[in-house]
Design a protein around this ligand. Structure first.
Ligand SMILES: [Zn+2]
Length: 411
């Protein structure tokens, strides 16, 4: 009988013997006992090991496929693309953008997922989008997110009156701005029946103000990324949960030691795309955190996640070595009456820059004192905050707005 070592040496020298291809591939523990996930994970991993130069190398030894971290992806992006054209690119908030290839069939799959998600809310409504036109096609129902809020509201009014628009799709941070502007002027937009939050982490604190300004709208939100498309959609019946696109993606939630999280336990989100054979993503550790959960809505069969926390989008480092979630700070900053908009940049574990756009007549001193106190409470007595009062805080090229920029790779 061959020992493990000589078996691996045999495989390295001669490749897998016929009929034994990838026989030593291990299925992640999260998928065991789940025949659909097991079958699809095995199929894409075997395909990748046979056809992708990157995976031919990394999966050659069999075993459990290693995690594809963002750094590994960035370092081997060309090898993973394998000469295929770039069809999508991440915004590269704090690092090099990731370049992605999808073939048309993979793109169509995501279009279907988005339509199916609208179906959970009762079907597609006449809609308009306020997004970054650098990343989206310019169309009459699409408006540039960097435009002044007044222009955006005029566009909405026009679409509602002349085109019967009932649904608005934009980024949560922009929807908050629109809502705050409307409420400041004592106005609401009752005509909208649906708001769809896309791209950014969507927090409960943002929801309250959006709800007040758009009183008749149900709020939908998607968790998606350029690399694998829509990962999950917020449950219309139980807003704490997001149902996973489990037909398309294998989703793992892992502890720091690599074992699967228990229900309700936050861990790193790891994604396997069952259908992108042109540029396979196998066990991609995207850098977000969430907990698996069973949604008890009884209406949607798909598994779910909850407590979604964007890591690149806001996990801050504590000087003691742990982490502080941006969601612990954001409500205290966002709800400050002195400011319209803000952004926190962590420069070292104890040094922060807080950019803020002041409201007219704001008491800057009171805001600064409260914020210093807030950061000391969360980061210890050495925490120092530098304030940058500015007129504009730009979005990233892809349209995303970062309220928090943590230290690079907090992993
Ligand atoms: Zn549900």
């Amino acid at each position: 009988m061959l020992g493990l070592q000589s078996a691996s040496a045999f495989i390295i020298l001669y490749g897998y013997p016929r009929g034994r291809t990838m026989s030593e591939l291990h299925i992640p523990d999260s998928f065991r006992g789940r025949p659909y996930a097991e079958r699809h994970f095995r199929a894409i991993a075997e395909w990748a090991a046979a056809h992708s130069p990157f995976y031919r190398r990394t999966l050659a030894g069999g075993g459990l496929p290693p995690l594809l971290t963002r750094e590994i992806l960035q370092a081997h992006n060309d090898e993973l693309l394998d000469g295929r054209p770039v069809t999508g690119k991440t915004s590269g908030a704090t690092s090099v953008p990731v370049r992605v290839h999808w073939d048309p069939a993979r793109g169509a799959l995501d279009t279907r997922d988005n339509l199916a998600y609208a179906g959970w809310f009762g079907g597609v409504l006449p809609n308009a989008r306020i997004v970054a036109l650098s990343a989206h096609e310019k169309k009459p129902d699409t408006f540039e997110v960097a435009s002044p809020v007044g222009d955006q509201l005029e566009f909405l009014r026009g679409r509602i009156e002349r085109h019967g628009m009932r649904s608005l799709i934009s980024y949560p941070t922009n929807l908050v701005q629109l809502a705050a502007h409307l409420l400041d002027a004592g106005r609401t937009v009752p005509e909208l029946h649906r708001i769809v939050c896309m791209s950014e982490l969507f927090e409960p604190g943002q929801e309250a103000v959006i709800r007040r300004a758009f009183p008749n709208a149900r709020i939908a939100a998607t968790y998606s990324c350029t690399e694998v498309g829509m990962v999950a959609g917020r449950c219309p019946h139980n807003p704490d949960n997001y149902h996973l696109m489990a037909h398309k993606l294998g989703v793992e939630f892992l502890r720091a030691d690599g074992t699967p999280c228990a229900e309700g336990e936050v861990g790193q989100v790891v994604l396997t795309d069952y259908h992108n054979r042109a540029m396979p993503f196998i066990r991609y550790a995207i850098g977000d955190l969430a907990a698996p959960v069973r949604c008890d809505c009884g209406k949607i069969e798909l598994p779910a996640l909850t407590r979604l926390l964007g890591k690149q989008r806001g996990l801050l480092r504590h000087p003691g070595g742990g982490f502080v979630f941006s969601t612990e700070l954001s409500p205290h900053i966002r709800d400050s009456p002195e400011i319209r908009q803000y952004q926190v940049v962590q420069r070292t574990p104890t040094d922060f820059t807080l950019r803020a756009i002041a409201r007219d007549g704001a008491d800057a001193g009171a805001f600064e004192a409260r914020m210093r106190d807030l950061f000391v409470r969360h980061f210890g007595p050495a925490a120092a905050v530098e304030f940058d009062w500015c007129a504009d805080i730009p979005r990233l090229p892809g349209g995303k707005y970062m309220e928090f920029i943590g230290l690079k790779e907090a992993a």
